[in-house]
Design a protein around this ligand. Structure first.
Ligand SMILES: C[S@@+](CC[C@H](N)C(=O)[O-])C[C@H]1O[C@@H](n2cnc3c(N)ncnc32)[C@H](O)[C@@H]1O
Length: 262
């Protein structure tokens, strides 16, 4: 059952104190430079961060003077993001909501969907989401999406143990070739090494490049640019995508004409 896992998974991670520490502000700093460059942002540009998590990109972008709205479904993560923005005295318009319901037609210069925030619904819903995102962009506005590289994930399925304070989690990541989804299962272990509690399994559709290209074309989004990442998983404009080595890739598209959706 893959339906709506996202509604519970991230709050459960917070409850169990599973901190996705790889999602931090220091890596976001370099990602923000990449975001500014590929979205071709000018001063005061309006940005929407979908599935903003702890707000690491939105806060750093707002610090640079952009007008940022950031949306997430998890009340717990959003509370953390708001605390951090207050601590840094930065203004971000944080909103709790479901990204499939975004409105704001023709408002944004740039929209970002990063680090596990894309590919989480059914194919039909993912396609609808891209159409809505396109409708929310100004003509000439740009969209940046990070998504899993299916070819890499299929060849690098893994089981790893992760320690968080005095807790140990087991993380099992595999690729399901029938649905084209990455299946990411995290469980808390007890002292005997047995599974004690599970975070709802996360499923991410790992689209191929032609699949994405088709989806973008249907949503009036133009020629697709593709970027890879360096060894520290940081995207760079001069880092070409390497299908055998890169876990994820970044696609950038520009809205080319007035959208009549929905
Ligand atoms: C892995 S986190 C990534 C956070 C952030 N983009 C980053 O790079 O740090 C994915 C986020 O997407 C949010 N999310 C999942 N489903 C959502 C939905 N339907 N609407 C809005 N946010 C959602 C989750 O709550 C979670 O915070």
């Amino acid at each position: 059952m893959t339906n709506n896992w996202w509604a519970k998974a991230y709050d459960k991670m917070k409850d169990l104190e599973y901190d996705y520490h790889y999602i931090d502000f220091s890596t976001a700093k370099q990602e923000v430079e990449f975001i500014e460059e590929v979205l071709n942002l000018s001063k005061g540009a309006e940005i929407l961060d979908l599935g903003c998590g702890n707000g690491r990109h939105s806060i750093l972008l707002a610090q640079k003077g952009y007008k940022v709205r950031a949306l997430d479904y998890s009340a717990q993560i959003l509370a953390q993001a708001k605390r951090e923005a207050n601590r840094r005295e930065v203004k971000v318009d944080f909103i709790k909501g479901d990204m499939r319901e975004i409105g704001d037609k023709g408002k944004y210069d740039g929209i970002i969907v990063l680090d596990g925030s894309f590919g989480i619904f059914s194919d039909k819903e993912n396609e609808e989401l891209i159409k809505r995102v396109s409708a929310s962009l100004k003509v000439g506005g740009r969209l940046l999406i990070q998504s899993f590289n299916p070819y890499y994930i299929a060849n690098n399925q893994s089981i790893s143990y992760e320690n968080e304070g005095d807790k140990t989690f087991i993380r099992e990541t595999r690729f399901d070739p029938y649905s084209g989804k990455v299946v990411d299962k995290i469980s808390l272990l007890n002292n005997n090494g047995e599974k004690k509690e599970e975070i709802p399994t996360r499923y991410y559709r790992a689209y191929t490049l032609p699949e994405l290209d088709k989806m973008f074309a249907k949503a009036n989004l133009g020629t697709m640019e593709v970027y890879g990442h360096n060894e520290s998983y940081t995207p760079k404009v001069d880092e070409s995508f390497n299908v055998r080595e890169h876990t994820v890739f970044y696609t950038v598209v520009q809205k080319v004409k007035i959208n009549i959706y929905p």
